[in-house]
Design a protein around this ligand. Structure first.
Ligand code: 5RP
Length: 226
């Protein structure tokens, strides 16, 4: 466990080194992204960085950034120079499953505007096929959720609404999350299209063709994957 934490931190520090003064940064969410935010805060405090502006993908990341004196602004249509975020699964084409931290919608909104989207992870996140280990998080509106879940099941999804300590999990956007498993042979692009067409679905945790680079920490060092 302590070793995995050290690996997450190594990947995060490597990506945070890409950030230059005066740039617009997207801050991810989760335990690995947290290390990147801490490192950016450290670099700012040490005078290694100045004049940066950040957009956060969750309230938790925004609160952490502000506590480190990283200036945070709302998302505008202006592109972000670099976004640094974790992932739940990374396939060989750098397609991702994201959202087990519950921030998938804001993450996708921010990452789609990135000139460079750097994924940071430890090696346990590498898979040969998305869905191998992790469920696919799908954000759904609260109203009529049972009907939305029925529509998802009709598409072949197995799974349940996310609960934390027994209570239905509510995202920063006030929605629920359905954790889905799909048949192994599902094509990712058509699955994404179908899911986005389901009434009640806000966003999916499939991030296809969005990542520019992945820094994946292994016991032998940090690998840079393209
Ligand atoms: C949050 C995310 C996270 O990036 C993802 O869950 C990975 O988190 P961690 O670094 O804690 O393993 O998508 O919505």
């Amino acid at each position: 466990m302590a070793e995995l934490e050290a690996l997450k931190q190594q990947a995060a520090v490597r990506a945070a080194a890409l950030v230059q003064s005066g740039t617009r940064i997207g801050l991810g969410t989760g335990s690995t992204a947290r290390y990147a935010i801490l490192e950016l805060g450290r670099r700012l405090a040490a005078g290694e960085l100045e004049g940066v502006m950040a957009v956060a993908t969750s309230q938790a990341s925004e609160d952490l950034a502000r506590s480190l004196n990283i200036p945070v602004e709302p998302l505008t249509p202006e592109p972000l120079d670099i976004v640094i975020d974790g992932a739940d699964e990374i396939d060989p084409q750098l397609n991702l499953i994201k959202g087990l931290g519950g921030a998938l919608t804001r993450e996708k909104l921010v990452e789609v505007q990135a000139r460079r989207f750097a994924v940071i992870a430890d090696h346990t996140k590498l898979v040969s096929r998305l869905g191998e280990k992790a469920p696919l998080p799908i954000e759904v509106v609260q109203f009529g959720v049972d009907s939305t879940v029925e529509r998802l099941r009709a598409l072949g999804a197995r799974g349940e609404l996310r609960r934390d300590a027994g209570a239905l999990y509510i995202t920063d956007n006030g929605n629920y999350i359905f954790h889905a498993h799909f048949p192994e042979n599902a094509s990712l692009a058509s699955l994404e299209r179908s899911l986005k067409g389901v009434l009640g679905v806000v966003e999916t945790g499939l991030f296809l063709g969005m990542a520019t680079v992945a820094y994946v920490a292994t016991p032998e060092g940090v690998r840079e994957l393209h």
